[in-house]
Write a protein that binds this ligand. Sequence first.
Ligand code: UDP
Length: 239
Amino acid sequence: TERRPAYQRILLKLSGEALAGDADMGIDPRVLNRMALEVGQLVGIGVQIGIVLGGGNIFRGAELQANGLDRVAGDHMGMLATVMNGLALRDAMERNNIRTRILSAIPMSGIVDHYDRRAAIRALQSGDVCIFVGGTGNPFFTTDTAATLRGIEIQADVVLKATKVDGVYDSDPFKNPEAVKYDYLTFDEALEKKLGVMDLTAICLCRDQKMPLRVFNMNKPGALLSLLMGDAEGTLLGN
Ligand code: UDP
């Protein structure tokens, strides 16, 4: 029998860091192209995809503040960085013939459309990939929180957080070779153990709205498709 996707509508969170590839900053066009192709495979099997992009490869408000900049100005710069990432990702998607819409929390007429929940759901239903940029539109939040928020709003089946590691570990696997990976965790366990999966606002929002979250390694080619086909990639968090 033919296998069907485990999820019909997903919200994928890609950090700015993920777009930078091996570099610490900027955007690696090869990485963008690979991501576009992996997302395209999902579109091909009928999955509806919303993407929330980070901006940490360009600016982070908290880091700018450490250098003396006003925090709110820095956060505005960080949110604008996500718009630039969105333009670059859409370009890569469209070069691969994947229909894509960018919806921004911050209105920017002539460059991207302003976010509208109903327009987003209609676009998803018609097979367009939606890239949500501009974070939540407010300072002092993160794009992880934006991902959770948009995931809940569009009624995604799951929020998928792409990271550089295979899932959530009890300690940093880059520093501790004995680190143990969790296959499943409740949101309360993640909070209690201070595992730093996402910021507290994002975790609490997921918990309160019962939105499942899966953390997986997007650097592993094919991982996204494999988890969509029901394989136990990474770590699942739930209530
Ligand atoms: N940001 C914000 N409000 C939001 C989302 C993001 O002010 O709702 C700013 C914040 O300064 C953040 C930056 O945008 O540091 C980039 O987002 P984030 O750090 O979440 O990106 P990532 O780490 O995922 O690349």
